[in-house]
Design a protein around this ligand. Sequence first.
Ligand code: HEC
Ligand code: HEC
Ligand code: HEC
Ligand code: HEC
Length: 547
Amino acid sequence: MLKRHFTALVSLCCLLLVSAAGCSSEPQEPLVPKYKTGLAKNEIKNSAFGKQFPAEYKTYQRNTLADETAMRKTETKYKASFAFRKNDDTNPPMLGKPGAGQPYLKNLWLGYPFSFEYNEARGHTYAVEDILEIDRINRYADAAGLPATCWNCKTPKIPAWVEEFGDDKFWSMNFNLFRTKDKIDPKEHTIGCANCHNAETMELALYSAPTKEWLARSNQDYNKLSRNEKRSLACAQCHSEYYFNEPDHGPARKPIFPWDNGFEPEDMYQYYKTKGKKQGDGFAAFADWVHPVSKTPMLKPQHPEYEFWQNGTHGAAGVSCADCHMPYTRVDGKKKISSHLWTSPLRNDEMINNSCRQCHTDKSVEFLRERVQFTQDRTYKQLLVAQDTSVLAHEAVRRASEWQGEKGPDYAARMAEAREMVRKGQWFWDLVSAENSVGFHNPAKALDTLAKSQQFSRKAVELASSATNYEIAKDLEGDVRNMVPPILEWSRKLQMDQANLDKHVWTRYLKPLPKAEQVWDGQERKQPMKTSDAEKAVPGPLSALDR
Ligand code: HEC
Ligand code: HEC
Ligand code: HEC
Ligand code: HEC
């Protein structure tokens, strides 16, 4: 009964609140005053800000969890603030999270560093520490480093580095040149105050190049945006899909937002069609990597929270990221501040109360939690179907491309279209997979995107089958897990050994990586750098191995 009338009640609540308190538009708290902090314009140390704003700093420090018990208390049905491995339920880095694994992540990202390690996000205070540990960033060789661009969403040091090395050079420099203790402090320089605030006045401010450049390209003046738009753009600086520029189109490896056609999955897909290498392997379309099994040039989306949120129920109603993720909180029993603990608002009853019940005053905490999970359960179920179908699509193209029998009419054209459908199906699946709310930020769009993913991947299977006169069709029936087992264990080190490559029908398509010892352990070098590698590790274009 209650549930059935939920929407009507919410609307009613909003009507009442809009007239009384304006639940859907600007936040109800007074405008943040323009402070005179006395901090230098280019101050970036979190503790320096913390001395001036101890209340906000105290909530900021809660992003770092004291111990395992505290960690456990962060679990919600699908999320948690510890870095559990997302690809399986059995090999946890710290603590497992049964039921939250997607078994085919390593298969679908094979040949791309994401296949080595992919973990759940945790608090902002861990960003530098985590990027130094992950197997995606090359810890095993000097020659094949990832670009400095990867630092863009981990630290407020970026503007200073861009100024020092130049916008045309910095982004494609070797990531490892910036990882040592003399370059970055994991606590003082992790995501912090200077990523979102002007140090002199504490007004919201943008530090991030792709956000500023997108505003300029779309003729928007940051200073004229509403307060709530600024509150969400602070997060959009990092919680957005981006790509690294190809040198043919401007500064190499610079991060760019692919939003010129719009924010829908199809808009971004079309955008990428014209952003690839102009010469070379002949793809006009941008590709993050080529999947070795289906030989398809692929796209890897990253955390499109901003794109999904904006035309979802809340985004369209003008509810900002900060309304839910930085609710007003009383400290010391009286003063109200914006919470700077960025995490799931569902962690506990008190957080749901502070966050959601600012607006949904007539709803209980249990009801709100249940409504979020209602969306998430359905999204997750379709996400797994879309994932399986993407795997089947790669497998169908693999089999059709090796088909020795008589070929169907228009074989080459059908195979080309099949690969396009593989690329598109996986793009649509991965957008929802990478989006961090499991559908909640935009329930209708999440399900629509997954439905389309399944349709594109099915089309790929159909095209590949038809290219063999449907000879392979019967082999593609039944449970895909029997055809292509999930790859649960994989790493850069495992890929160095041919014996490991031989173990799975898909990893056989990879080339072994050159044998190399682990050279980086966090910020410490374990091996001296060879002269030949040192040369390669200084600014320069990246080889195919890097990506
Ligand atoms: C990820 C972005 C982000 C980071 C990082 C961040 N803030 Fe904020 N901060 C905000 C937002 C959004 C607001 C709300 C502004 C508004 O409502 O106009 C805010 C508000 C504030 C305010 C105004 C009073 C209040 O509580 O609403 C202060 C002071 C402040 N932050 C201090 C800090 C300090 C100190 C740090 C570093 C320890 C920090 N902030 C880091 C986004 C951020
Ligand atoms: C400078 C880049 C940056 C900005 C700005 C930023 N984030 Fe993040 N955010 C990250 C990264 C990186 C992580 C993952 C860190 C990790 O796992 O080590 C993260 C993690 C999170 C998490 C997961 C935390 C958990 O407990 O699991 C939430 C929630 C979040 N951010 C919300 C926000 C909101 C809301 C804003 C805007 C007010 C924002 N972020 C602004 C980069 C950023
Ligand atoms: C109406 C409230 C609401 C708004 C507005 C909102 N979120 Fe969320 N967000 C949620 C909920 C609920 C979840 C799911 C948390 C869970 O399952 O534990 C979530 C999840 C997340 C997560 C993953 C959290 C984790 O624990 O790993 C991130 C990151 C995030 N949101 C960022 C954003 C950003 C960025 C924006 C704005 C572009 C935004 N959110 C707008 C409510 C909101
Ligand atoms: C700043 C106000 C505000 C906050 C904070 C807020 N909401 Fe909402 N919520 C709205 C508005 C406005 C609507 C749309 C109502 C309508 O048009 O019927 C809505 C709709 C909903 C709906 C129904 C539509 C859907 O997408 O399923 C749910 C469920 C919901 N909110 C849950 C939450 C939860 C959970 C949180 C906290 C994580 C939250 N809201 C925080 C204002 C808010």
